[in-house]
Write a protein that binds this ligand. Sequence first.
Ligand code: PEP
Ligand code: MG
Length: 566
Amino acid sequence: MLKGTAASNGIGIGKILLLEEASLEYTPHEVADPAAELARFRAAIDELAAETERDAAALRESAGEKEALIMEGHISLLNDPALKGETETMIEGGQCAEAAYETMCDMFIGIFSSMEDEMMRQRAADVRDIKAGLLRKLLGIREIKVSDAPKGTVLLTKELTPSVTAGIKKGNIVGIITETGGKTSHSAILARALEIPAVLSVADATSILKDGQQVIVDGGSGIVIADPNEAVLKEYTEKREKFLKEKAELEKFRGLRTVSADGTEYELVCNIGKPDDAEKVLEFDGEGVGLFRTEFLFMDRSAIPTEEEQFAAYQKAALVLKDKPLIIRTLDIGGDKEIPYMGLEKEENPFMGFRAIRYCLKNRELFRTQLRAILRASAYGNIKIMFPLITCLEELREGKAMVEELKKELTVLGIPHNKDIEVGIMVETAAAAMLADVLAKEAAFFSIGTNDLTGYTMSCDRGNQNVAYLYSALQPAVLRMIERTIVEGRKAGIPVGMCGEAAANPKLIPLLMAFGLTEFSVSAPSVLQVRKCISGWTKERADEIAEKVMSFTTVEEIEKFLSEIA
Ligand code: PEP
Ligand code: MG
């Protein structure tokens, strides 16, 4: 049995598909028979073009026209007379196909990368893609495609990247195992969004487990069992059925409002990363969006999204959600969120460093572009702006001043936007929690980010296994931060939500109700579970629990007490 981090609940039973990054190394050499080499090169091009054509057709079905067009662009590049023609001339001169093609591609990548026009720079990424594809063909390396995985597949990979995630067909992938990533890593968030059981941070999983091996993934307890015997298989098959039955019972809460047992209404919204997720929110009966993590729009591409691209993304989510709230968090990069092309300097202490609002306030053009896109989209729905990682009043004031300036500019230009757009903040640093009384006077709302707040309060990195024992939102120090933030926010008359993962923790929910939280923002698949949990508590009982919990002095006592009553 292997142990890892329980990252996405549920039981998956299936066969492993090991995703390995193949090495594309080769030794450049002279060829004795250039004509044969030329034929080998042309055959590889034709084969890759045919394959890309099939991918484009499949993408048109599963994702849409825009994605399909990207693949079709690759086919034109493969047949580009300059790229292909020059490579052929080099092969005729005696070079091996791998070296000739790589040289030519690198030249094109260099040219495209240095161009001003963003569309042109995007071409560099396309050439990189086809270069890798063609080298794989020439070297005879079979590419494993997640989208081709059969039903009953358990994905095993070092790290779940967004591009791998994009290929996942929900009906076919029954479990995910990775070597890296904690409970709040983006891999975990993606797995939960797809409702696929996942166990992350399983040490050496890709060397211990084998491709094709039968495996059980218990995403609730963080356990992986390889080659289970009949008794174990039976036990877990039953567990899976029980889990699915309980899930079906939650359906009774679909379509209801979110109210406590004594009638207090709460807002139950969702965390999303892409505009398309807005549809998921409605599908799972969420009441809006409490956190749109916009950094996902900047990932998995080779250049910063333009104002138009961002506007289209925010507008799309707003149109899907209609008048439901959509809180858009401005760019939160740095820390564990790297975006290679933005060239952020490596820092000794990235979590303490140049990230989120700090980065945006110093890169004003980038920030202005995003704020303008959000403001323009605000004409199409119920959009609010939220700044991440606030630590002091100056940051909030400076950000708000930029919003005001942009509103004036848009007004002069006659561009529609919500002139009364609300600007709130994430409370996810110890500084913001301690300063909640001050910040509440100038922020339209708070949203507590317990993922970071826990880390910053406990001085512990959320992804570091060695200090994971400290990382709990139930630590008395963290609970005091949360209580203080909610109480101060409510005193000032502003709504206080929570968008960290703790918002969906059934142990914490009665405490949050007692403290006075008004909004819970959770992953879409947790909506019904949280609604059910809230419906089970009265304010009186929640207050009793909170009083008791806040009298405890250790996390053990708190955990034990809350486990008994949950
Ligand atoms: C948080 O820190 O709780 C949060 C919601 O932000 P992120 O997980 O994106 O850092
Ligand atoms: Mg955060």
